[in-house]
Ligand binder design. Structure first.
Ligand code: NDP
Length: 336
């Protein structure tokens, strides 16, 4: 890195402090919200383009990949890599170029005037010439009362985080997509038995994942089953399922389990941008085709918060790169 670049970064950091040393309002060239593959890639590109990016990591530093086990399809890792290790590598790479990575969560935005304003942790307001949104998506729940009742007592949406607690026990995974298969396979390596609760008569997951699941002896797939309720004294001890729900053959089935894992998809983390940016009916931020540009100038979106089709680490990283390039070009044009 050149000396000039280090000095620029030093100046950018100094602006955070008022003369009495307390934190005051801060103006940045590029604010990145979110720290998954999209956010870190945007940080790497923006930092190398001298945009002195400031990143707020959000609730789940590293994003969804920190809840994944093995990533086998990210180019450059021929032997595969664990999700958390990969995200640590992304972070180190962004820090190498002096991206300013901070704890904190964006809690409100005001995109009505330039510079844009983003409130962090309900208190500090950051003024930003460009904002890159990389807030990702979050796991969905079924919406049954028991999920709340047993939160922290057997209900989880992350096998990698919580699977260890169920070593040698029986558990269930809800869902029939790639995530559910991944979670079931991970749990099968730890647990005595894994039920997959699948509402359709088939798995939606990729063929390779289906094959792995169906060839794993301690995974039992319960096709055409829905979850009615969970039971247990303080912690989950079992689930009540409905086989062929809503048909004349509907039947109640009870399984004894200690862990109940949700893997039924995700919802975009776009709540704070509602009313400020154009979104689709489920909350994915709309970007101009082929770009990361939102309908508001100087605001760019990348990764899963704007992608309901591909949702891969590599596509998230790709759109993070696009967002940084779009932001830098926008910023440079504004200086002319
Ligand atoms: P998906 O949307 O692909 O699958 C969700 C699953 O949950 C489906 O089987 C769906 O059933 C089921 N489901 C949804 N709502 C309910 C409900 N209320 N009750 C019961 N079941 C429900 O989500 P994933 O998270 O699995 O995957 C998202 C994307 O990420 C996909 O494109 C996937 O390929 C990709 N991915 C890739 C991985 C990899 O390559 N290593 C790993 C993980 C994900 P139904 O089929 O009936 O709708």
């Amino acid at each position: 890195m050149s000396l000039f670049k280090s000095m620029d970064n030093l100046e950018a950091k100094k602006e955070k402090l008022t003369p009495d040393g307390t934190s005051g309002s801060e103006h940045v060239k590029c604010l990145i919200i979110g720290s998954g593959p999209a956010g870190y890639t945007a940080a790497i590109y923006a930092a190398r383009a001298n945009m002195q990016p400031v990143m707020y990591q959000g609730m789940e530093p590293g994003g969804q990949l920190t809840t994944t086990t093995e990533v086998e399809n990210y180019p450059g890792y021929p032997e595969g890599v664990s999700g958390p290790v990969m995200m640590e590598d992304f972070k180190k790479q962004a820090e190498r170029f002096d991206a300013d990575i901070r704890w904190g969560m964006a809690t409100a935005v005001d995109f009505s005037n330039l510079p844009h304003k983003v409130t962090i942790d309900d208190k500090n307001v950051i003024e930003a010439d460009t904002v890159i949104i990389a807030t990702g998506a979050t796991a969905k729940y079924l919406g049954i009362e028991a999920e709340k009742k047993y939160a922290g007592g057997g209900v989880s949406a992350c096998a990698t985080c919580d699977g260890f607690f169920y070593k040698g026990k029986d558990v269930a995974v809800v869902g029939g997509g790639d995530t559910a298969c991944e979670e079931a396979l991970y749990l099968a390596g730890l647990c005595h038995k894994v039920y997959m609760i699948v509402r359709k008569p088939f798995l939606r997951a990729s063929k390779i994942m289906q094959k792995r699941v169906l060839n794993t002896p301690n995974i039992e797939v319960l096709f055409e089953h829905n979850t009615k309720d969970l039971f247990g004294d303080g912690v989950v001890e079992g689930a009540i399922l409905l086989k062929k729900m809503g048909t004349p053959e509907e039947e109640e089935v009870k399984i004894n389990i200690d862990g109940f894992f949700l893997a039924i998809g995700h919802k975009p983390n776009s709540e704070i941008f509602k009313g400020s940016l154009e979104m689709d009916e489920v909350g994915y931020i709309k970007t101009m085709p082929g770009t990361s540009k939102t309908n508001v100038e100087g605001v760019f979106a990348c990764g899963d918060v704007q992608d309901k089709v591909y949702r891969q680490a590599v596509t998230a990283a790709g759109t993070g790169c696009m967002a940084a390039i779009d932001a830098e070009r926008y910023w440079s044009e504004k200086q002319e």
